[in-house]
Design a protein around this ligand. Structure first.
Ligand SMILES: [Fe+2]
Length: 187
């Protein structure tokens, strides 16, 4: 079900209340997930978007909201066909909702102990497809790869505990077994 008058402003009010009440990441994503789904399903939500793709990056992220301290960050991502991310963590909790098109998520398990700088050994854990209305959530140290492996642009709504360029997170190369800082271009 959707509410015609649920919008970004009301979602941000809910987001502030929940993150003010909860400190446990699992509890936060459990409460945010259905509200993020409701926002993404609200008629007219996508009319606020543009098609400003970042050809070099392969996807575009548009910041819809963040607090002055970079918490409670809300983004709309658009993914070009055949493009995606390297494996990465977030160093904050996150909730993602499919809005249009499809995305493939590959989840990884880190098997080294993380004590060697620049080194990381990952093993594939699982895959899933994110379609419109699907909600995916993760905690700070979860690692995934996201790819639009279809022939049309896809869109998804992303909510993070903190703006992902301000968490000190990492990208990984599972073949070369490397880890380095991961920072994105924001439209
Ligand atoms: Fe991610």
């Amino acid at each position: 079900m959707f509410e015609h008058n649920y919008d970004l402003s009301r979602f941000v009010t809910d987001l502030r209340r929940i993150t003010g009440e909860e400190s446990d990441e699992s509890g936060i994503v459990r409460r945010i997930a259905p509200l993020a789904g409701k926002l993404a399903a609200t008629p007219g939500f996508m009319t606020e978007t543009d098609e400003n793709y970042d050809e070099a990056q392969g996807f575009c992220l548009r910041l819809l909201h963040e607090e002055p301290d970079h918490s409670n960050a809300v983004f709309l991502f658009s993914w070009l066909p055949g493009r995606g991310t390297p494996a990465h963590n977030h160093k904050t909790w996150g909730v993602v909702v499919g809005v249009e098109g499809e995305e493939k998520e590959t989840w990884w398990r880190r098997v080294d102990d993380g004590t060697q700088a620049g080194y990381a050994q990952l093993e594939p854990l699982s895959e899933r497809r994110l379609t419109p209305g699907d909600v995916s959530s993760f905690l700070s140290d979860d690692i995934h790869t996201v790819c639009n492996d279809t022939e049309r642009v896809s869109w998804s709504l992303h909510i993070y505990g903190r703006h992902i360029n301000h968490t000190g997170r990492s990208e990984f190369d599972p073949v070369a077994r490397t880890e380095k800082a991961y920072v994105l271009n924001v439209a």
